[in-house]
Design a protein around this ligand. Structure first.
Ligand SMILES: [Zn+2]
Length: 321
């Protein structure tokens, strides 16, 4: 009887989680524009409408404008592409020439095909291109179909020297990050604007998300944060894919939290504890009060953002990566 009840609870939880994941009403989402330098803008979706990102629907977009044309960083959900274009057109009538993806998730790449068909050339990591062509990929346990050909990046690069674009009086560096949030992360630095778009290996809404199924890793998260701290100056604006704009000093407690949680999980693994035991130990408890959204369900993950993070750390450390 008890197990039937548990099954029912599990079923109800799964149903409500998938309803939340599908509960996006794109029609209600508006795109807000913030200017962060004379020719650099950030576009964000409305708050409170995307269950996966309550702070702002979808991933943030960067727009560099000027006589040389537009460079975009990320492309939001494809369903919002018309609204994103309308927001860009309120800033500039120049052609969208280049689009760079910070990583593969659809809240960052969904609009790729729309902008590619308008003539934009898409830049991204080789791993991202390979992932987009893969028909058996999953995110949070959900199958993701292969992307349509137009969405797939044309210019790819690996680790090593940054790809550098010189346009609109700006120097834009596409800096590859070792497998962190996903296996194909890039941070995008605007040298003159003194801003870096850092994608999703840092977040200040919910706990970190290490997408192991798409190549992310704990070690890479820590390395990506170290690399960012090295490249950024104290006053450099760091623009995450979600959440509020931060400075280099904000990375320190975040990195410390990840390494402290990983240390505790490692201890429990050494004591022979199972994944369930580790989750029950709630090793993020000291940080919960300081992580907005940390105890809310993570869309599609079947648990809270804290549970997802702890599970990922457990899986990564258990796998010996
Ligand atoms: Zn992401």
């Amino acid at each position: 009887m008890k197990s039937a009840w548990l099954l029912l609870v599990a079923l109800a939880t799964a149903l409500s989680t998938s309803a939340r994941a599908q509960g996006l009403d794109f029609g209600k989402i508006e795109i807000a524009t913030d200017q962060i330098a004379p020719n650099l803008y950030m576009l964000s979706g409305s708050a409170g409408l995307d269950p996966a990102h309550e702070d702002a629907a979808g991933g943030r977009i960067g727009v560099l404008t000027g006589a040389d044309g537009i460079l975009m960083v990320d492309a939001q959900y494809g369903e919002l592409a018309d609204k994103v274009l309308a927001a860009i057109r309120r800033i500039s009538s120049a052609p969208v020439r280049f689009l760079v993806n910070t990583h593969i998730h659809r809240d960052h790449t969904g609009g790729n095909a729309f902008f590619a068909k308008m003539g934009a050339t898409i830049f991204a990591r080789e791993e991202l291109r390979a992932g987009m062509g893969n028909a058996t990929r999953t995110v949070n346990g959900n199958r993701v179909p292969a992307s349509e050909p137009a969405a797939i990046p044309v210019v790819t690069y690996g680790m090593g020297e940054p790809v550098r674009l010189h346009m609109n009086g700006e120097v834009v560096d596409l800096i590859a990050v070792r497998a962190a949030h996903t296996g194909g992360d890039t941070m995008i630095r605007f040298e003159n604007a003194n801003a870096i778009m850092i994608g999703d290996y840092y977040r200040n809404y919910g706990y970190p998300f290490i997408d192991i199924a798409n190549g992310g890793s704990l070690k890479g998260m820590l390395e990506a944060l170290d690399a960012t701290m090295k490249i950024a100056q104290a006053d450099t604006r760091l623009v995450p894919g979600h959440g509020t704009i931060i400075k280099r000093a904000d990375l320190i407690p975040y990195r410390d939290m990840i390494s402290a949680v990983a240390g505790k999980v490692q201890q429990l693994i050494a004591q022979g504890k199972s994944r369930e035991d580790v989750l029950a130990a709630h090793v993020t408890a000291p940080y919960d009060a300081g992580v907005p959204g940390g105890l809310l369900p993570a869309a599609g993950a079947g648990g809270t953002s804290a549970d997802r993070f702890i599970s990922e750390v457990y899986q990564d450390l258990k796998g010996g990566k």
